[in-house]
Design a protein around this ligand. Structure first.
Ligand code: PMP
Length: 359
């Protein structure tokens, strides 16, 4: 069976070379007589993998020295609660930019734990993201939470400049597909199962200065200072996910790093948006063109029957996972780093032919 053209929003397609290496090394990792997932997380072999993975995250992201790189289980969802638990004082408050479905979940958990307020909500009209001047940050806010890219609605924030408060950013769906402008952030987090590896981990970048704020009542595993002091080895880490992510990070590095990934995402999403915009109205994007995501491209067809037909015919062309999130319907093509260019051109050709045949 040829490899599918896999547009899954997460878990996502990984580089074929990484999958081959994992398979080659599965029975015997570097002459150890065992696989990485069978060995002690205190072994020299695993230690080298862990260290290289963390070092690559630091170098690829350009994180400054006062930022810790943490590997935490529980995905991005656990961070929705860990962030207020660690960073939001009992007598403090935090603003949330309500950009979409994931921001809503982050806000809901923060509201359970302390005082959170909505610093921006979307108006009527095409889906969009705010410009800094439109966000209301209340005096005394501990942080402003933003979602750099809303995976379900397919919108991306253009800039993190111009906020007078430290930012906390969920970058799950464009992690290392755009540079991180460190001067603005106290904390950056994301699940790794989109651009960076298999599921099982969140990568959290957190500034050293905020670790002093963590209340004593927060249990060990939920404390950023616990992970920082133990180099994310305070308990048994998900060794497979770290091992595989390390290989994907090497692949990103060898393919030009974050700036190359950013250019690639812009160019490849542009190919599909050109088909959407050039189809005489057959395809429709619900997103304001200025804020369209470079990684999650959402679009509609003229009606739901045609959408069903589109999905069936796409499958027949070995193009998979184009169904939009169940909460919004329509189509979504997720174009993450490891997706081969050929998958993008195959989808573009298929979309053009489908519009010609059904328009
Ligand atoms: N934030 C964003 C932007 C996401 O896309 C997702 C997952 N799709 C999450 C958070 C939740 O991530 P996880 O499944 O790793 O908990």
């Amino acid at each position: 069976m040829p490899r599918a053209h896999n547009f899954c929003p997460g878990p996502c397609v990984l580089p074929e070379s990484v999958l081959s290496e994992l398979s080659d090394e599965m029975l015997d990792f570097e002459g150890s007589g065992m696989s990485v997932i069978e060995m002690s997380h205190r072994s020299a072999e695993y230690d080298a993998i862990h260290t290289e993975t963390v070092d690559l995250l630091r170098s690829l992201s350009g994180a400054p020295d006062d930022v810790h790189v943490l590997l935490v289980q529980g995905g991005a969802s656990l961070q929705f609660g860990m962030i207020p638990a660690n960073l939001l004082p009992a007598d403090g408050k935090a603003g949330y930019v309500m950009s979409g479905s994931w921001a809503k979940k982050a806000f809901a958990d923060a509201s359970r734990m302390g005082t959170a307020y909505q610093a921006w909500t979307r108006g009527e009209g095409p889906t969009a993201m705010p410009e800094p001047g439109e966000v209301t940050v209340e005096d005394g806010s501990a942080y402003l939470h933003v979602t750099s890219n809303e995976t379900i609605e397919g919108v991306r924030m253009l800039t993190f400049d111009g906020y007078d408060v430290p930012l906390v950013a969920d970058m799950s769906s464009d992690y290392l597909a755009r540079p991180i402008d460190w001067e603005h952030f106290d904390l950056v987090y994301g699940g790794v199962q989109k651009n960076l590896g298999p599921a099982g981990l969140a990568v959290v970048f957190v500034r050293d200065a905020v670790l002093d704020r963590v209340p004593d009542s927060v249990p060990s595993y939920l404390r950023y200072d616990f992970h920082a002091k133990s180099n994310s080895l305070g308990n048994t880490p998900p060794t497979f996910s770290v091992w595989a992510m390390g290989k994907v990070l090497r692949w990103i590095d060898a393919n030009g790093g974050v700036s190359a990934m950013e250019q690639r995402a812009a160019a490849r999403s542009g190919v599909i948006y050109d088909v959407i915009d050039g189809g005489d109205g057959f395809y429709r994007s619900p997103v304001d063109p200025a804020y369209r995501s470079h990684t999650n491209l959402v679009f509609r067809l003229p009606d739901e029957d045609l959408e069903k037909k589109f999905l069936v015919e796409a499958e027949a062309h070995n193009i998979k996972n184009l169904k939009g999130h169940r909460s919004v319907g329509g189509m979504r093509a997720s174009v993450y780093a490891a997706l081969p260019d050929e998958a993008v051109s195959t989808l573009a050709d298929f979309m053009t032919a489908f519009a010609d045949a059904n328009g």
